[in-house]
Design a protein around this ligand. Structure first.
Ligand code: ADP
Ligand code: ASP
Ligand code: MG
Length: 406
């Protein structure tokens, strides 16, 4: 007998019928002799609806109230599931983040879990209860409700699995595993049986939203085996785990895209020590994450600096950067929110040459202009015009022969 954490995303709990299907999946594990914790998202579309409501009440809603509001979708699904389970003869109790005490820092909208009190859950599991926990939310040490960032239920699930030393964390979603690229935009995408934590982390960080990046970070840190599976079929599945010899050592494991990108350029900055610190410190103080950064070579004592932020943080970032630009004597600030990032990922890159050149040539052949490039040991990312995102993903997928094997 072991402990299984099951997480179901928005499309898996989109209505009561589907929640009953989730109940059946929890019961199956229970009947197999396991202790079961179920972590749920809100119904599909609900978190977006709540965000729209908040934004219609104010231009920049108070962050504390915003998190309290957008976390409510999960309260509906967890209670419905426990109601269903109890009526089917399987004792169940649902818990919100603060009831468990999933403790986080104070960074509203992207809070990080610092500690989980496992007492209540353990007591309930001992009684045979199926424990249902709201994903996406926690509480800070002043009892304010916080949320973990979009897609945060994945992280709630893996964090609970780590804290309770679960045998497995099953992430049920609307696709039957992790693919070489988003199967919803590339029909040739191939499902991977296994993927290493490192590759999955790069894929998640560069936009493959099938798992939230922090969930993969945490799975790696605490060695939690994560299975990505379909809610709607028992076929397939992908195991996210430590790299091992059996893993196919292909050059690339996947291609990702991120449309949630905006580019900010500070033009004609007097080039002297401290300009990067001057520009980026105020952004980090406001908790705005900067992704790619390019600084041009200095010419006649002046330089340009370009960086990317998430599209939803662009306005706030622009305001801050415009103020700094004035202080440091830069000429102007330009913004472009019609960009996207396309990335290729693979541990095999380390031992193969020519991968970057092939990526750039493939895009050049399609007339796609590359605006920014960044690399890591196992990843190359390019910023391009957003309208070319799908085309870039498809031609790269073909060029690197990631398609289904016939
Ligand atoms: P959930 O609501 O279950 O959390 P998400 O929408 O967050 O589901 O994540 C699943 C989606 O991730 C899929 O529908 C798919 O479009 C997208 N996705 C992007 N990249 C990949 C990939 N490489 N493999 C599988 N799915 C991917
Ligand atoms: N409901 C939240 C969201 O839509 C959390 C999640 O789905 O994981 O982002
Ligand atoms: Mg998700």
């Amino acid at each position: 007998m072991g402990l299984v954490v099951q997480k179901f995303g928005g499309t898996s709990v989109a209505n009561v019928e589907k929640i009953k299907n989730v109940a059946a999946k929890a019961i199956r594990e229970k009947n197999a002799g396991h202790d079961v914790i179920v972590v749920l998202s809100a119904m599909a579309g609900e978190t977006n609806r709540l965000i729209d409501l908040a934004n219609s009440a104010a231009d920049s809603p108070d962050k504390r109230e915003y998190d309290s509001l957008i976390s409510t979708g999960e309260q509906v699904t967890i209670t419905l599931l426990s109601i269903a389970l109890n009526s089917m003869g399987y004792p169940s109790r649902s818990f919100l983040g603060f009831q468990v005490r999933i403790l986080t820092d104070k960074a509203y909208q992207k809070a990080r879990i610092s500690m989980i009190d496992t007492d209540i859950i353990q007591k309930e599991l001992k009684k045979g209860t199926i424990v249902v926990v709201a994903g996406f939310q926690g509480v800070d040490d002043d009892n304010n409700i916080t949320t973990l960032g979009r897609g945060g239920s994945d992280t709630s699930a893996v964090a609970l699995a780590a804290a309770l030393n679960a045998d497995r964390c099953d992430i049920y979603t609307d696709v039957d595993g992790v693919y070489t690229t988003d199967p919803n935009i590339c029909a040739n995408a191939r499902r991977l049986d296994r993927i290493s934590y490192d590759e999955m982390l790069e894929m998640a960080m560069t936009g493959a939203k099938v798992l939230q990046p922090r969930s993969v970070e945490m799975a790696k840190k605490y060695d939690v085996p994560v299975y990505v599976k379909s809610t709607f079929s028992d076929e397939g599945g992908t195991l996210v785990t430590k790299e091992d010899k059996e893993m196919e050592r292909e050059v690339l494991s996947g291609i990702t895209y991120d449309r949630d990108q905006a580019k900010i350029t500070v033009v004609h900055i007097p080039d002297k020590p401290g300009i990067a610190a001057n520009l980026f410190t105020p952004l980090s103080e406001r908790n705005i994450s900067v992704d790619m950064i390019i600084q041009n070579a200095s010419a006649q004592g002046y330089t340009d600096l370009t960086f990317t932020v998430s599209k939803k943080e662009m306005k706030e970032a622009q305001k801050i950067v415009e103020a700094t630009a004035k202080e440091i004597g830069a000429k102007r600030v330009e913004v472009d929110d019609e960009v996207a990032k396309v990335s290729i990922i693979g541990v095999g890159m380390v031992s193969h040459s020519g991968v970057a050149a092939k990526m750039f040539q493939t895009m050049a052949d399609e007339g796609i202009n590359i605006m920014m490039i960044s690399t890591s040991e196992i990843k190359i990312s390019c910023v391009i015009q957003r309208k070319y995102t799908e085309l870039a993903v498809m031609v790269l997928h073909d060029a690197f022969h990631l398609e289904k094997k016939k």
